[in-house]
Design a protein around this ligand. Sequence first.
Ligand code: PGA
Length: 250
Amino acid sequence: MKNKIIAGNWKMNNTREQTEQLITALIPLVQDTNNTVIICVPFTDLCKAVKLTKGTNIHVGAQNCHWKESGAFTGEIAPSMLTEIGVEYVVIGHSERRTYFGETDATVLARTKAALNAGLKPIVCIGETLDERNGGRMEEVLRRQVLEGFKDISVQELEHIIVAYEPVWAIGTGVTATDEQADEAIRFVRGVFAEKYGKAAADALYIQYGGSMNDKNAEGLLNMPQIDGGLIGGASLVAEKFAAVVKAHI
Ligand code: PGA
C-alpha cells in the first residue's frame, strides 16, 4: 500500500502571526509520520511557512498560480514566483475557484501545465455538485473534468500530479462522503485515468479525498483501498486535528 499524502488547505485564513502559531504547534505533532504532509497557505503566509518548515517534514504549497510567466495579469501569481521562494506544491481548480472565480477545465489545464513547467507539483481538484450527483451525472462530470482538465498532460507529467476528488456537496458542509461513496468515486476516477494513461500510471497516481474530512472520520476514509490521502480544509486550521488526520493511517 502507498503512504498517504495529507494536505491542509487553509483557504483564506491565518495572518502571519497565526501562521507562526499553527506551524510551530504542528511541527512536533507530525514529525514521526511516514505520510507526506503539505500545508497550502495564502500567498502572504508562504514565505513565513517556508522559513518555519525548513528542515522539517512539512512541505508548503500555494492555492493557485497563473499560466503565464509574467505580464499584465493583475492579481495573479506566476509559478516561478512560487518556486523562487521555496514553494513545492500548488492547489489548482479547487471547486471554490471554479464556482466563484470562473475557473474552467481549460484554465485548470493551463495552470497545471505552467505549474509543472516551473517544477511545482499540482494538486488538481475535481468533484461533482449535489445536483449533478442526484441527477445521475456524477460519472459524466468526473469523466469530463479528467479528460478536459488533463487533455495535454503526458504520462510523465502525471507522475508529478496529485488529484483531489472533492465532492462539492461535502466541502465545508460537515457532510462527509461515506467511506464507500468516496472509495467508489475514486475508483471510477482512477478508471478514467487508466483509459487515458494505462493501468500502471493510474494505479501509481495519488488520488486524495477532500470534503469535511477531520480527526473523527479520517481513519475510515484513509483505510479505503482507493483513497491515497486527504485534502483538508477546516480541520487543517487546528494543529491537533490536522495532526490526527496525518496520523490516522500508519
Ligand atoms: P473542508 O474543505 O475540509 O473544510 O470541507 C476541503 C477543501 O475544500 O479542500
